[in-house]
Design a binder for this molecule. Structure first.
Ligand SMILES: Nc1ncnc2c1ncn2[C@@H]1O[C@H](COP(=O)(O)OP(=O)(O)O)[C@@H](O)[C@H]1O
Ligand SMILES: [Mg+2]
Length: 388
C-alpha cells in the first residue's frame, strides 16, 4: 500500500476528534451529576426552609419579595396569590417603625454588622405582633442586590418578659412597703415602751425613795426589801431603754446617722469582742430620716453577719458623704463570703440589704476573698442641698 501523507493526516485528525468526543462525553456526564447534586441540595434546602417554624424571605432592593416560605406567608396573614400580586416588605411593619426599618436596611447593605432588630410587625388584617428580624445582604458580583433573612415572632417572649418585670416590681414594692410599715411599728413600739413603761417605772422608783425616807433605821428588813425593789426597778429601767433603743435607735432621729453608727459600733464591740474601727466623715450631714434608717439597718445587718458568719477579729467601717452620694463600706478580716452565697436566692438578709436602697436608686455591692474577708459597699444618692 502506498503511504499517502494526506491519509495519515486524516487518520490522526479522526483520532484526535474521537479523543475530544470522549472528553466531552465525560464532561457532560460530570455536568449532569453536578446538576443532579444541585437539584438534590436545593430540595434539601427548600424542605428545611419549609420545616422551619419561622419566616424566611428574600427580597430585592425595592422590597419586592423574591421568595418566602409558607410559614412566613401564613404568619403575616397573606396568601400565595397576594404575594404573586405583590406585597412590599414595608407593608409588614407598623407605619411608626418604617423609617427605622429603612435606616437599618441601609446599615445592613453598608456592611455595618447588626444583630437582630426588633419591630412591631403588621399582618394583612391589621393585627400586630412583636418580631425580631435577622437579615443579610444578597450580593451579586460583590454588589448588594437584595436582602435575605429570618423573622422570629417574639410576642410570647415579650409578654413573659413584661409579666416577669411586673411581678418583680410588685414584689419590690411589697417588700419596700412591708419594710416601711415595720420601721413605723418599731418606732411606735419603741416610743410607747420608752414613754409609758419608762414613766411608770420612774414613778415607782420615786415612790420607793419616798418609802425609804420614811422608814426608821431599825426597820432593816423593810429597808433591805425597799433597796432590792429599787435595784430591780433600776434594772428594769435599763432593760426598757435597751429594748426601745434596739427597736429604734433614738440617736438616729436626735443626732443623726454617724452618731448612731458610732454608738452601735461600740455596742457591737462590747457584745462580740470583735474590734470595730470607724472612719466617719467629719462634715455634718442632714439626711432624710428614712434614708438614714435604711443605711443604719444595712450597717446593723452587715455587722450581725460579721458576728454570725465571718470568724473575723476585726471589722472596719467607713462612712463618707459628698454632694450627691453617701458611701459606706464595711470590711471584715474573716473567712470571706463566696460567690454562691452572694448570689443564692436563699440569702434573704443580703437580698434585704439591696432592697433597702432600691427605692432611691442606690446600690449594695457585696464581695469576698477567701480567707481575707468580706466587704459590703453601699452607694446611695442623697438629695442635693441636704448636706449642711
Ligand atoms: N461577713 C461575712 N463573712 C462570711 N460569710 C458571710 C458574711 N456575710 C454573709 N455571709 C454568708 O452569706 C450567707 C447569706 O447571708 P444572709 O443573707 O445575711 O443570711 P443569714 O445571715 O440569715 O444566714 C450567710 O449564711 C453566710 O454564709
Ligand atoms: Mg444575715
Amino acid at each position: 500500500m502506498i503511504k499517502n501523507p494526506e491519509v495519515k493526516q486524516l487518520k490522526d485528525e479522526i483520532r484526535r476528534l474521537k479523543a475530544r468526543i470522549s472528553e466531552l462525553e465525560k464532561t457532560e456526564e460530570e455536568l449532569k451529576k453536578a446538576e443532579r447534586e444541585l437539584t438534590r441540595n436545593e430540595k434539601i434546602f427548600r424542605d428545611l426552609v419549609e420545616l422551619l417554624p419561622q419566616t424566611v424571605y428574600e427580597m430585592d432592593l425595592r422590597g419586592n419579595f423574591k421568595f418566602t416560605n409558607n410559614y412566613g406567608i401564613q404568619c403575616f396573614g397573606y396568601t400565595h396569590e397576594d404575594i404573586d400580586k405583590g406585597v412590599n416588605f414595608f407593608q409588614l411593619f407598623i407605619p411608626e417603625d418604617r423609617e427605622r426599618v429603612k435606616q437599618n436596611i441601609q446599615s445592613i447593605l453598608d456592611g455595618t454588622a447588626l444583630k437582630g432588630n426588633e419591630y412591631t410587625s403588621l399582618r394583612k388584617d391589621g393585627s400586630t405582633f412583636q418580631s425580631l428580624f435577622y437579615s443579610n445582604p444578597i450580593l451579586h458580583n460583590g454588589k448588594p442586590v437584595g436582602l435575605r433573612g429570618v423573622v422570629i415572632d417574639i410576642t410570647d417572649q415579650k409578654n413573659a418578659e413584661r409579666d416577669l418585670k411586673n411581678s418583680r416590681d410588685q414584689l419590690r414594692n411589697l417588700a419596700s412597703h412591708l419594710q416601711s410599715i415595720r420601721e413605723e411599728e418599731r418606732l411606735i413600739m419603741a416610743r410607747e415602751i420608752h414613754d409609758e413603761l419608762g414613766q411608770v417605772l420612774t414613778a415607782l422608783k420615786m415612790d420607793l425613795i419616798w418609802m425609804q425616807k420614811r422608814l426608821d433605821t431599825e426597820q432593816t428588813d423593810q429597808l433591805k426589801k425597799v433597796q432590792s425593789m429599787s435595784d430591780l426597778v433600776d434594772m428594769t429601767i435599763m432593760t426598757v431603754r435597751r429594748i426601745s433603743t434596739e427597736l429604734r435607735p433614738g440617736l438616729i432621729d436626735d443626732l443623726g446617722l454617724p452618731a448612731a453608727i458610732e454608738w452601735y459600733c461600740g455596742e457591737f464591740q462590747n457584745r462580740t469582742g470583735i474590734k470595730c474601727d470607724l472612719d466617719l466623715d467629719e462634715k455634718e450631714h442632714i439626711l432624710e430620716q428614712d434614708r438614714s434608717i435604711s443605711v443604719f439597718r444595712i450597717f446593723q445587718e452587715s455587722l450581725t453577719n460579721v458576728a454570725r458568719h465571718s470568724k473575723a477579729t476585726k471589722v472596719h467601717a467607713h462612712l463618707q458623704f459628698d454632694d450627691s452620694t453617701l458611701k459606706m463600706e464595711i470590711r471584715d478580716n474573716g473567712i470571706g463570703i463566696t460567690e454562691d452565697q452572694i448570689n443564692s436566692p436563699k440569702s434573704l438578709g443580703l437580698i434585704g440589704l439591696k432592697e433597702r436602697v432600691n427605692p432611691w436608686g442606690g446600690e449594695v455591692i457585696i464581695s469576698g476573698v477567701h480567707s481575707k474577708g468580706t466587704t459590703v459597699k453601699v452607694i446611695l444618692p442623697i438629695k442635693p442641698g441636704k448636706i449642711a
